[in-house]
Design a binder for this molecule. Structure first.
Ligand SMILES: Cc1cc2nc3c(=O)[nH]c(=O)nc-3n(C[C@H](O)[C@H](O)[C@H](O)COP(=O)(O)OP(=O)(O)OC[C@H]3O[C@@H](n4cnc5c(N)ncnc54)[C@H](O)[C@@H]3O)c2cc1C
Length: 409
């Protein structure tokens, strides 16, 4: 396969870059390892600061993508290595089998007969899905996928018999694809920092969830259809504590600031106050970061008397024994130790570049795993630095211009 520009990662940054490059007339291949496009923003309930659903913007991008004749996208495909130099790169990609073809109409008959249930990866295991599943309600491309590890394979094959469109092919095999490109845009994004590493914050307690789990809990297409309840007993929590910088700005975990976690917790406070009007929210922070135009958003959230900001790093969380948690911190504005019992805790875990955990051979990285630009290889979005969506989009557009400069010499 050949293209002027290869884009690695089909999140909001990669989609933006691929579409803008293609609309400018260049041939583009977009490679995405998930079964769907959109990346992490597909898991968000709303966007700060306007509190609008991310799917508004994504739908427009998908529509533009459908009109780009010179843009080819490949899902379930992971870039493993890059070699060569500007103007002549060779990229190795591993494509996993989806086991479902383009003939799928997403009718769902296969799901009804599938006997295997597994933790739903899209909802961080807070509910179950079948081994053949639709990744999420708005998934694009709108095609089912089979989880190779969970599926019983040909000995079961009930989905094959149930599919009227002959869209299931259990013989599909992994493929290795080689792509030649003149320039590469890296938009590999981020993963939520692994909460199990934060041992002082009781990460295994069911009522200690992460900020991304809160996004799914609050979502109308989430595990509870948008009801914010505690995982342990399904009870609506009336007191919720947020632990900011959970693992961030900490040399033992992520030494950097993820730039969005304070704003995300403020947004979560709005979700909670909207759905549970008498709930009290406590946000424990080291420094509040609501840069630029986000100051207004902070002022709006802070004006709610049921949302309290407490300046102090949480040292420890303990199990109160009744499903509740005890949060221990020092309030640095009063100098007093605080021990507060709450019904649920949200850890504001940071964004770790996905390339910190899974490196692509042939790229260069900084000490945190973010991708560094080198001639012809241009990182953008959270692959390059922690950023919100608006910044990631601007960065993606800038990356396209740099890629075009490489192509045109
Ligand atoms: C709790 C929380 C809430 C947030 N809320 C907001 C908000 O309200 N408003 C806002 O502006 N921002 C918000 N953000 C930030 C926002 O999520 C990011 O700005 C955005 O996801 C960045 O998009 P991206 O495309 O750079 O990365 P991603 O969304 O991570 O996309 C990267 C894509 O690359 C793919 N990929 C990775 N490696 C490979 C590979 N080797 N080969 C092929 N594909 C690969 C991944 O599967 C993924 O689809 C929030 C962040 C958090 C943590």
């Amino acid at each position: 396969m050949e293209a002027d520009i290869l884009v690695i990662g089909g999140g909001i940054s990669g989609l933006t870059a691929a579409i803008e490059a293609a609309e400018t007339g260049y041939s583009v291949i977009l490679v995405e390892k998930n079964p769907y496009l959109g990346g992490r923003v597909t898991q968000l309930t709303r966007y700060f600061p306007k509190i609008c659903p991310p799917y508004c913007g994504l739908e427009i991008l998908i529509k533009r993508l459908q009109n780009c004749k010179n843009l080819k996208y490949i899902t379930m495909a992971e870039v493993k290595s890059v070699s060569g130099s500007a103007g002549n790169f060779t990229v190795k990609v591993e494509k996993k089998p989806r086991f479902v073809t383009d003939a799928c109409t997403a009718c769902g008959a296969c799901v009804e007969v599938c006997p295997v249930e597994m933790p739903n990866p899209f909802n961080f295991g807070m509910d179950k899905c079948k081994a053949i599943y639709f990744p999420h309600e708005m998934a694009y491309p709108p095609i089912y996928v089979i989880d190779a590890e969970a599926c019983k394979g040909k000995e079961c094959a009930q989905c094959v018999s149930a599919c009227k469109y002959n869209a299931i092919d259990l013989d599909m095999k992994p493929e290795e694809i080689t792509i030649n490109a003149k320039a590469i845009i890296v938009a590999t994004g981020w993963n939520p920092y692994d909460k199990s590493k934060l041992t002082n914050l009781l990460p295994d307690h069911p009522n200690v969830i992460t900020n991304m789990m809160m996004e799914r809990l609050a979502s109308p297409n989430g595990p509870t259809k948008g009801k914010i309840v505690r995982p342990s007993d399904g009870k609506e929590p009336k007191t919720i504590a947020f632990v900011q910088c959970a693992g961030s700005r900490d040399e033992n975990h992520l030494p950097f600031c993820s730039a969005v976690c304070c704003l995300a917790s403020m947004k979560h406070a709005l979700y909670i106050r909207e759905r549970i009007p008498d709930a009290k929210v406590y946000i424990f922070y080291i420094d509040l970061r609501a840069y630029g135009r986000y100051e207004d958003f902070f002022q709006k959230v802070a004006s709610d008397e049921n949302v309290q900001f407490i300046k102090g790093k949480v040292a420890k969380i303990e199990d109160a024994g009744n499903g509740n948690l005890i949060v221990h911190a020092e309030d640095t504005s009063t100098g007093k130790k605080v021990s507060m019992e709450v019904e649920m805790v949200v850890l504001a875990t940071g964004m770790q570049p996905s390339t910190a955990v899974q490196k692509i051979e042939g790229l260069e990285y900084d000490e945190f795993g973010f991708v560094i630009e080198k001639e012809g290889i241009i990182p953008c979005g959270v692959a390059r630095k922690p950023a919100d969506v608006a910044t990631s989009n601007q960065d993606a557009t800038g990356a396209v211009l740099k890629a075009i400069q490489v192509i045109r010499g």
